[in-house]
Design a protein around this ligand. Structure first.
Ligand code: CDP
Length: 233
């Protein structure tokens, strides 16, 4: 198993279930550190939009694998965030639609799709220090990074947060699909630090992670934290 990050590059992995706040945490953390922020969920969403746009069914695993293999997937950096372009187009406006929400777990369970996107993420980490968020970042994409976090929140709070964003999104259905798939399921990576964000604002979660990073010699001497516990290896 290789780290897949460049020798001098650092990777902070942030995983968690739907609407746990990890995207906001990852963006804020990346800004504080001056790292590039990589939202892997947005990449799986982008592919899902493309699949639907081309008229494929989300369960057509072979058709989707063929489509993704022949799609021009470029990447670029925009205001500190790493973005994917599909056939030259920015998929951003389509990523949070109901039909993408409903199809993304199915499309992202296809191994060939994952292989192609994981290779893109690892290429990014060869060029930049990164904060990467998703479902399998600490477990599969960058298993050797010492900086792994799992941001959780109660199902009720997560449902409330998603509703407050004005989105229709069956997060319990996605969580079940993402956790039970055979390839790269959502899991707490061995050695990850788990943060319950149910009663914490984003900046407080970021502060917890920064405290822990400090304790891991990322910046300097150790500090104690009460809300953060480490998963068994
Ligand atoms: O924002 P939210 O947490 O609801 O979802 P997201 O991070 O945008 O991820 C959307 C979907 O992409 C997830 O439900 C997974 O099916 C898939 N995904 C994945 O399979 N692996 C990742 N590393 C990230 C997302």
């Amino acid at each position: 198993m290789t780290n897949s990050a460049g020798p001098n590059r650092r990777v902070i992995a942030i995983d968690g279930p739907a609407a746990s706040g990890k995207s906001s945490v990852a963006r804020a953390l990346a800004t504080r550190l001056g790292f590039v922020s990589v939202n892997s969920g947005a990449m799986y969403r982008a592919i899902t939009w493309h699949v639907l746009d081309r008229g494929l069914q989300p369960h057509d695993r072979e058709g989707i694998a063929r489509l993704v293999e022949t799609t021009n997937l470029a990447t670029n950096l925009h205001e500190g965030e790493w973005r994917i372009l599909i056939e030259g187009a920015d998929p951003l406006p389509h990523l949070r639609t109901l039909r993408v929400n409903e199809a993304v777990s199915s499309v992202s369970s296809i191994p060939r799709v994952r292989e192609i996107l994981v290779a893109k993420m690892r290429a990014c980490a060869r060029d930049y220090d990164v904060v990467v968020e998703g479902r399998d970042i600490g477990s599969v994409v960058f298993p050797r990074t010492p900086y792994k976090y799992y941001v959780d929140a109660s199902p009720e709070i997560r449902a409330q947060r998603r509703a407050a964003q004005g989105q229709r999104d069956q997060i319990a259905v996605r969580d079940h699909a993402d956790s039970s798939r055979s390839d790269s399921p959502l899991t707490v990576a061995g050695g990850a630090w788990v943060i319950d964000s149910s009663s914490l604002p984003i900046e407080a979660v970021v502060d917890e992670i920064l405290r822990r990073l400090r304790a891991q010699s990322f910046f300097g001497p150790a500090a104690k934290s009460s809300r953060i516990t480490r998963a068994a290896r």
